[in-house]
Design a protein around this ligand. Structure first.
Ligand SMILES: C[S@@+](CC[C@H](N)C(=O)[O-])C[C@H]1O[C@@H](n2cnc3c(N)ncnc32)[C@H](O)[C@@H]1O
Length: 179
C-alpha cells in the first residue's frame, strides 16, 4: 500500500516538475529566447576574442546550463554571474559549480530585465533580436562606461558605432560592442 502511494506521489511530482520546466521553456520565447546552448567550440572562440582580464565581472543574461559563464570563470579568471529565469537550470548550474568546485561564480534565479547589471564589465547574450533591441536601451541607461557587450548571432541595431569587432562563426557572427 505504502509502496503504491510512494509511486503515485513520485509520478505526480515528476509530472509537475516537467510541466513547470515546459512552462519556463515556452515562457522564454516571450521573455528573451528559449534554451539553446552556445556550442563549446564557439564559447572558446568568443571568449578568446574578448580579451578578458582576471577579476572582471562577467554576466551571461539567460545563462541556460551555465556553460559560457563557467568557461569564462575557469579559463579566464573572471568573476561570473549567470542570470536565468528557469530555476531548474539554476539548481543544475549551482550543483555543477559545487561539484566542479568552481569559485567566483554566482547564479541568480530571476528575470534579467529586473537584474542590476550596473557593475558588469562584460555582458554576454545569446537572445532574440527584439530582446537585444530592448536590452540596448537598458545598457545605454545602466551599463558602466567601457562595458563590453558580446552578442552571439544577432547584432544590436543602432549600435553600429560601438561595434569594435565582428568575427565569423560558420554562417553567423559574434559581435563585440564597447559602450
Ligand atoms: C538561447 S539560451 C542561451 C543560453 C546560454 N547563454 C548559452 O549561450 O549557452 C537563452 C536562455 O535565456 C533564458 N531566458 C530567457 N528570457 C529570460 C529572462 N527574461 N530572464 C532570465 N533568463 C531568461 C532562457 O531560459 C534560456 O535558458
Amino acid at each position: 500500500m505504502l509502496l503504491y502511494a510512494i509511486i503515485d506521489w513520485g509520478t505526480l511530482i515528476i509530472q509537475a516538475c516537467l510541466a513547470i520546466f515546459m512552462f519556463y521553456m515556452i515562457a522564454a520565447f516571450y521573455t528573451g529566447a528559449p534554451l539553446v546552448g552556445t556550442r563549446r567550440k564557439i564559447i572558446k572562440k568568443l571568449l578568446d576574442e574578448a580579451n578578458l582580464k582576471p577579476g572582471q565581472l562577467f554576466y551571461d543574461l539567460g545563462s541556460g546550463d551555465g556553460r559560457v559563464v563557467e568557461t569564462a570563470v575557469q579559463k579566464y579568471g573572471v568573476k561570473g554571474v549567470g542570470v536565468e529565469m528557469n530555476f531548474f537550470l539554476v539548481w543544475y548550474t549551482r550543483l555543477k559549480a559545487r561539484i566542479k568546485n568552481i569559485k567566483n561564480i554566482k547564479y541568480i534565479t530571476g528575470n534579467f530585465w529586473k537584474t542590476d547589471m550596473t557593475r558588469a564589465d562584460v555582458i554576454y547574450t545569446y537572445l532574440f533580436p527584439d530582446t537585444m533591441e530592448k536590452l540596448k536601451l537598458l545598457f545605454e541607461k545602466n551599463g558602466k562606461k567601457g562595458l563590453l557587450v558580446i552578442t552571439r548571432a544577432f547584432e544590436i541595431k543602432g549600435w553600429e558605432k560601438k561595434l569594435i569587432k565582428k568575427i565569423p562563426d560558420r554562417d553567423e557572427w559574434i559581435y563585440y560592442y564597447r559602450k
